[in-house]
Each structure stands twice: as C-alpha cells, then as structure tokens.
Design a protein around this ligand. Structure first.
Ligand SMILES: [Zn+2]
Length: 209
C-alpha cells in the first residue's frame, strides 16, 4: 500500500481490482491506501467516522420507529379502506401458509435493520461517549458486519414499488408516514454503512480494552 503512512497492522485485505493480499491498516482520517500492485483504491479513512455513523444511526432509529408505528399504505377500493403496516406483509404471508417467506420478509424489513441499528449503537455509543468498550463488543460487532449484506432494505422497497404499480390499476393507494420514513431509513442506513470504518472501530475497541 502507498499514498499514506500506515500506523498499525490490523488484518489482511484483498484488492478488489487484482486480488492481491495486502495488510489492512488503520489510516489517518481523510487518507486513502492504494494497492502496491495495480494502484487500485483498497482503503479510505473517513473524517469523523464514528461521529458521522452515530448521527446517521440516531436519525435511522427515529425513522425506524416511525416506520413501525404509523400506517405504511392505505388501500381504497369501491368505498372500502384497508390500512397496512410495515409488519402486515409478513403476517399475511405467515397466515397464508408461507411461514418461511413471512420470516424472510419480516427479517428483511424489520429484523436486520433493527439488529444493525441497535447493535451499532451498542458498540459505538460507549466507545464515543464513555471511551470504553461495551460488554461482548467483539461478537456483537462481528455479527453486525456479517448481517450487513442481508439487510436489503432497498430490495424490499423495490418489491413494494412493483406491488404499488400493479395494484394502482385496480385500487387507490395512499402512502402513509411509515412509507416515507422507510424511504428515509434506506438513505440513512446507506449513509451510516458508508461512514462506518470497521478497521478504526476495531483499533479503538482494542485500545480502550
Ligand atoms: Zn490491486
């Protein structure tokens, strides 16, 4: 790696361009590290990574609560009105004899985002405000990093939008507060994940311990 002065070796990391195996290092904020073989970007250290991630997580927590408390969508058909919540889809699938699909929808829309938000707040909160690591921070942080790719809020939203287009031909649909909160949640969680620097978190956790 080049471009900056690395301060500490943490683990190995593979270059996304040429698969070269390199030492992952904790970099000074605002700096980048490039592959020694192909020059591809392998690491980027963000400014105020933990503060930014926490700010997005708190915003995400508020939006997540709104998305679960308020109506998601209102259907109007021939004078009848039906209000659905975020959890309604999973419950209907369960009741219709598709429990596996119900659980998958529940985890994608509520379970994984909740685990990510509360897990990251649990790990980063004490680190930021009390300068000491939370209990069992290692397994919790590893779990968050592992479930990251499974929290597919945008894929869930794509499915919702396809359903809206299909249903709008026969019924009137009115998105509720939860729908717009969920849209905001997708943006804030994407920003939180982009701000998070796992190498820096591991270093701080190690130093605090
Ligand atoms: Zn490379």
């Amino acid at each position: 790696m080049a471009a900056t002065t690395p301060t500490e070796t943490v683990a190995f990391i593979a270059c996304h361009e040429c698969d070269a195996l390199l030492h992952e290092r904790v970099l000074p904020p605002g700096s980048i590290a490039r592959c020694t073989r192909c020059g591809g970007l392998v690491q980027r250290a963000r400014h105020d990574s933990i503060d930014r991630t926490l700010a997005f997580l708190f915003a995400g927590l508020v939006l997540f609560i709104l998305a679960n408390v308020y109506p998601f969508m209102t259907f109007r058909l021939e004078g009848r009105e039906q209000v659905s919540n975020l959890v309604s889809g999973a419950i209907v699938l369960w009741d219709e004899g598709l429990p596996e699909l119900g659980i998958l929808v529940f985890m994608t829309s509520i379970g994984f985002p909740a685990l990510q938000i509360f897990g990251l707040l649990y790990v980063l909160g004490p680190l930021r405000f009390e300068q000491r690591p939370a209990r069992h921070f290692g397994p919790v942080f590893r779990m968050i990093l592992a479930i990251g790719p499974w929290g597919m809020l945008e894929v869930y939203m794509l499915g919702v939008l396809v359903a809206i287009v299909k249903l709008s031909e026969m019924a009137t649909l009115a998105p509720g507060v939860a729908f717009w909160s969920f849209c905001g949640l997708i943006v804030t969680m994407t920003a939180a994940n982009a701000s998070l620097d796992p190498a820096l978190v591991w270093k701080k956790l190690g130093a605090a311990r």
